[in-house]
Write a protein that binds this ligand. Structure first.
Ligand SMILES: CCCCCc1ccc(-c2ccc(S(=O)(=O)CCO)cc2)cc1[C@H]1C[C@H]1c1ccccn1
Length: 240
């Protein structure tokens, strides 16, 4: 197949993001602080600033029963579900379909007072990865989103400030085999979800406002998104 202009960048970014997502919090370098916990969900952040702007990297680990990594990534990647779970979205369009596993999105997020409204333009790539730990086990699935440019939508030329983001959703499914002679059900499934994100707000916003927004929005987002996937899949055949 002919290579797309973004292919080399996608390949490199996916490798870097997946290897970082696989590292435990301890290995990921020091400075991670647990800032939210809810049942199996643990959210960590590092306080970092770039040119005086808060860009706190975020790493969340969540274990959800009854769904697979493919189902989680499928609902995260596909545009048709996004308005159902992404509450901060005001508008979303797919600017480019590079291939069936790679899209370019333009999203405007609802304004968060007192900061100005933000938009994001990024490529999004979904990929199945071999399960190195257990060759017969279910595959690992990932979605990586990374800011990019588009000739028709230069940053900051309208009402929105352009954010710069890198996001990695990495999902590892575990199957607890059912008792002899009983068939596999969703009760035998669990999925370890690692969500890593770095969002540079693009233009100045008060550090206190940004940190309060992140503290409120990220836990809400991951809980709402995973509950959405459980609800969407509960009466459907398992998608491995
Ligand atoms: C003054 C606020 C400046 C930053 C606003 C902003 C913009 C984009 C984003 C963002 C963009 C994409 C993604 S995603 O994971 O790729 C999914 C696809 O939508 C995720 C989060 C976040 C935030 C920050 C609100 C914070 C916030 C946190 C979780 C959800 C929504 N908002």
């Amino acid at each position: 197949a002919i290579q797309h202009r973004l292919w080399p960048e996608i390949e490199k970014t996916v490798q870097i993001q997946v290897s970082m997502a696989k590292m435990g919090i301890g290995e990921c370098g020091s400075g991670w602080q647990l800032f939210a916990e809810d049942g199996e969900m643990k959210m960590y952040r590092r306080e970092e600033e770039v040119d005086g702007m808060v860009v706190d990297p975020l790493k969340a680990v969540h274990i959800v029963k009854g769904i697979t990594g493919h189902e989680v990534c499928h609902h995260f990647f596909n545009p048709q579900y996004r308005y159902d779970w992404e509450t901060t979205l005001e508008h979303m369009t797919v600017l480019e379909t590079i291939s069936e596993d790679t899209l370019v999105f333009l999203q405007t997020h609802k304004r968060i007072w007192p900061a100005s409204q933000r938009d994001g333009l990024f490529w999004s790539h979904i990929r199945k990865l071999p399960n190195e730990k257990d060759r017969d086990g279910p595959d690992i699935w990932t979605v990586v989103n990374n800011s990019t440019d588009h000739p028709d939508y230069p940053p900051n030329n309208g009402k929105c400030v352009r954010v710069f983001l890198t996001v990695c959703l990495l999902c590892q499914t575990t199957v607890d085999p059912p008792k002899e002679g009983t068939s596999l059900t969703r009760d035998n499934l669990s999925c370890k979800i690692t969500y890593c994100s770095v969002v540079n707000p693009g233009g100045w916003a008060p550090a206190s406002v940004l940190r309060a927004v992140y503290k409120r929005e990220y836990p809400k987002f991951l809980k709402r998104f995973t509950a959405y996937v459980k609800n969407q899949t509960k009466n459907k055949p398992i998608m491995f």
